[in-house]
Design a binder for this molecule. Sequence first.
Ligand code: PLP
Length: 390
Amino acid sequence: MIYLDSNATTQVDPLVLESMLPFLRESYTNPSASYAAARHVRKALEQARQQLASLLSAAPENLVFTSCGTESINTVHASVQQLWPERRQLIIGGTEHPAVLESAERWKRQGGTVAITCMTREGLVDLDSLREHLQAVPTALVSIMWANNETGVISPLEEIVEIAHAAQALVHTDAVQMLGKKPLSVAKVPVDFLSLSGHKIHAPKGIGALYLSPRVRFQPLLVGGGQEAGRRSGTENVPGIVALGQAAAMMEAALQDSTEDRLRQWRDGFEARLLAALPDTIIHGMAAPRLPTTSSLCFPGVDAAGLLILMDKQGIACSAGSACHTASLHPSHVLEAMGYDARHASSTLRFSFSRLNTETEVQTAAEALITAVQKLRALWQAEEGPVVLA
Ligand code: PLP
C-alpha cells in the first residue's frame, strides 16, 4: 500500500513502538504506586511530558495527558463554559473539525450561544468577522484550529490571539494537525488552551494531551483518583504516554533537520505534475500558508468516489475530504465554508503525506491519479458527450 492519508491517522513509527513495548511487558506497574518499579514508570511518564513540552515550548507541568484530541477539545469547552457563565458566547472557525463543531452544539444545549466566523476562499478565518462577533456579545472563548485537516491551511493564530485577548476572550486552538509539522510555540503564540493527539504524529491511537496556560483557571472533565495533578483522573495510559513523548521528540528532531523542506518539495512536485497534466485542477488554499504535508485537490467534473475506487485498486490510500470520522462521502463543510458548492466538494480528494513516505511513492501516486482522472473523463465523454467542467 502507498499510504497517503496521514491526516486521518499516521503509521506508528517503529522506534515509537519500541519505546512503548517495555511498558506493556515488564514495566506495567501503576505509576502512582510507591515501590521502586512504579517510580521507574513514573519517571518515564514525566520524561514523556518533558519531551512533549519541548515540542510546544511549554512548561511540562502545563501539560495534561488525555485519551485523544477530541477529549482535550471537549474538556476545554466544558471547563470554560462552567467557569465563565457570565460570558455566554463561544466563537469557532467555519472549518473546524467535528470534535469542535459537536462540542459547540453542546455549548448551545447548555444555554450558551455559538458564533461561527466567515472564512475566506483560501480557508483562512476572516478576521473582521471575528472582530464583529467579539464586539457583538461578551465572549468566553474563541476556539479556532491551528491547521485544517482537509486543506492543511494554517490559521494566523498570533493575530487571532491578539484580537481575542483584546476583547477579554480566552483562546483555545485545536493543534491536532499542526503539531510536529511546523514549529509551534505557546511561548510565542500565547494561547490559553491547546489540544493535540498522538495518532497524527506517529504515536498510537488513544493518547492525546491538553496544554493549559498557567494564567487561566481550569475545571477537569474527569474526576476520580486525582491523576495528572487533579486535572484528568483515570490511571495513566503509560505505554501511550511514553509513545507520545518519543513521537514528539522525533517530530522535534525532524523539524530541526530538512524534513519539512523535503516534504514540501514532494508535495509541490506532486501538485506541479498534476497541474501540468490536468491544468484545470484546483488546489485548495494554494495562496494561504499550508502544512507541507497536505494537498486538497478538485478535479472539476470528476466524481471523487470513483477516483477513490481507482486509486484503491492501485493500492493507494487517500481520502475524499475528511475521512477520519466517517466512512461516508458527505459534502465537505470545510469546502462549503470556503465558498465552494457540493458539486465541487464531491470532486475533491485529499492526499496527506508523512516523513515515512518516499518521494517515489508520491510520484507514483501522481501518475496513478492522472491516469484515473483521464479514465473517468474518457468514460464520461463516451457516455454523455463532452465533459462540462464545474
Ligand atoms: N481535530 C482535528 C483537526 C483532527 O484532524 C482530528 C482527527 O481526527 C481531531 C481533532 C480528533 O482527534 P482524535 O482522533 O485524537 O480525537
